[in-house]
Design a binder for this molecule. Structure first.
Ligand code: AMP
Ligand code: ZN
Length: 463
């Protein structure tokens, strides 16, 4: 299998350090706000990578952190702590905010069939590991201390900038604004390992004792500490969004390699952004959607997953409601087709077909999932026997994750198009939009179906 490595800027053969084992670390969300569909695209990308690795016979240990402290409103050391700010905005404690949004995060991931990582680790539960790492950096002479923080001195780490390919001079000018924050900082791109609860952080509620004084860890050190704790000093894959390349991941490499003297990560995998109607998602533009927004509009969460499958992970994807509608229609159609095929038990007896090989070839070529989806449709439309097709689609779905087994060989009288309207009507009723619900009932009747509302939900029947 081949994968693009940000570090070499090339598509490389994937050869893990200790096959068949693969260590994979994924930067988790900063849990101060709702998980939105942009996040969901990124974590679906990680899920696809993990599923492809597993299908290729690798034994994947997937670790994902939860950033519940230390991430400031800028990726560099500017601004407020996002958690503290979130707590102030909501009138709750930082701990309440962190746990609430962590739960929302994993619930959202689950709706998209994103497999739960083998290890989920919170930054606040690994303060000891972070302090130990900082102690080693202090001992080795990579740090300096001001009244405000302990900083990593990037001039002591010759490889700084190797991931993003940025020269140190560019980083200096890029981050110039930051000098204002702590005048004792030697270089703008130096980053905090430990903040002291002084000055603007005097009122910080999350604080721990350390050999240097009370405070809290910077954002970057948590990922070095936890990835090395669970996967060792050198491991195979580290993932993140493209925004992590120039600061967060560059800093992780510097800290980790300064301590261990070994290459930190073999393959760096970065996912491109999801845009909304051509723009970056933001609350102020009201284009910030959660999985609940998707469901309220009557869509199946897996239609969103299907939409994500249509774009390569290194390309931007522009979300529109029309594109989600098209994905829902494609998924509905697929479900309807496979309902008429043999069920799982019968399918197992089918013979293999050439499409699966082609599917794996494109999937193994830097995760070309959009092409894999096209191969899947070629197979569906081919004249192969349906029991062979049924067997193949189940194998393909181990990667696609569309829950197709639920539909395979289970004919129902109600077409997916009608089910889509029924779901929409239920959502409308749930949100009290009764005239909309009535309209949908009429539309359903036009298609030849009627709805009976029972205490257990709506039942659909042929008119
Ligand atoms: P954060 O909580 O901001 O650190 O984000 C968690 C992960 O989601 C990071 O890897 C980000 O790169 C990624 N992410 C945030 N917004 C988007 C987006 N609109 N599209 C894709 N990935 C995103
Ligand atoms: Zn991280």
């Amino acid at each position: 299998m081949k994968i693009y490595n940000t570090l070499s800027r090339k598509i490389e053969d994937f050869i893990p350090l200790n096959p068949p084992k693969v260590g994979m670390y994924t930067c988790g969300q900063t849990v101060y706000d709702y998980t939105h569909i942009g996040h969901l695209r990124k974590y679906t990308g990680d899920d696809l990578l993990r599923r492809v690795l597993t299908t290729n016979g690798f034994d994947v240990q997937h670790v994902q952190n939860v950033t519940d402290v230390g991430h400031l409103t800028s990726d560099a050391d500017e601004g407020d702590d996002k958690l503290e700010k979130g707590a102030k905005d909501r009138g709750e404690t930082v701990w309440e905010v962190a746990r609430f949004f962590e739960e929302y995060h994993f619930k959202s991931l689950n709706e998209l069939n994103i497999l739960r990582p083998n290890v989920v680790c919170r930054a606040t539960e690994h303060i000891g590991e972070q302090i130990k790492l900082i102690e080693k950096l202090v001992k080795k002479g990579f740090t300096y201390q001001t009244e405000e923080a302990i900083y990593f001195d990037i001039s002591k780490f010759p490889g700084y900038g190797k991931l993003s390919g940025q020269k140190l001079e560019e980083q200096k000018t890029g981050a110039r604004k930051e000098v204002v924050v702590d005048p004792k900082k030697k270089q703008p791109a130096d980053f905090a390992l430990w903040f002291f609860t002084v000055g603007k952080f005097a009122g910080h509620t999350m604080r721990w004792p350390s050999p240097w004084g009370e405070g809290f860890p910077g954002w970057h050190i948590e990922c070095s500490a936890m990835s090395m704790e669970y996967l060792g000093d050198s491991f195979d894959i580290h993932t993140g969004g493209v925004d992590h390349i120039p600061v967060h991941h560059e800093n992780e490499i510097a800290q980790s390699e300064a301590v261990s003297g070994q290459p930190f990560v073999k393959y760096w995998v970065h996912h491109e952004f999801l845009l909304v109607e051509g723009e970056k998602m933001s609350k102020s533009k009201k284009n910030f959607y959660t999985i609940d927004d998707i469901k309220t509009k009557g869509f199946d969460p897996l239609a969103l997953r299907y939409l994500f499958l249509t774009a390569h992970y290194r390309d931007k994807l522009n979300f529109t409601w029309e594109s989600l509608e098209a994905s829902q229609n494609a998924l509905d159609r697929l479900r309807e087709i496979i309902r008429d095929w043999p069920s799982y038990a019968e399918a197992s007896a089918g013979e293999d077909d050439k499409y699966y090989q082609k599917f794996m070839d494109v999937v193994n070529n830097d995760l070309n999932i959009p092409q894999a989806l096209a191969v899947m449709w070629d197979m569906v439309k081919s004249d192969y026997p349906t029991n062979a097709k049924a067997k193949t689609i189940l194998k393909m779905d181990k990667i696609l994750g569309l829950d197709l087994e639920k539909y395979l060989g289970k004919p129902i009288e109600v077409p997916e198009e009608v089910m889509h309207l029924v779901r929409k009507r239920e959502q409308a009723r749930n949100t009290g939009e009764f005239s909309e619900a009535d309209k949908l009932r009429k539309q359903i009747k036009k298609l030849g179906y009627i709805i009976e509302d029972t205490p257990k939900g709506s039942k659909v029947k042929k008119d």
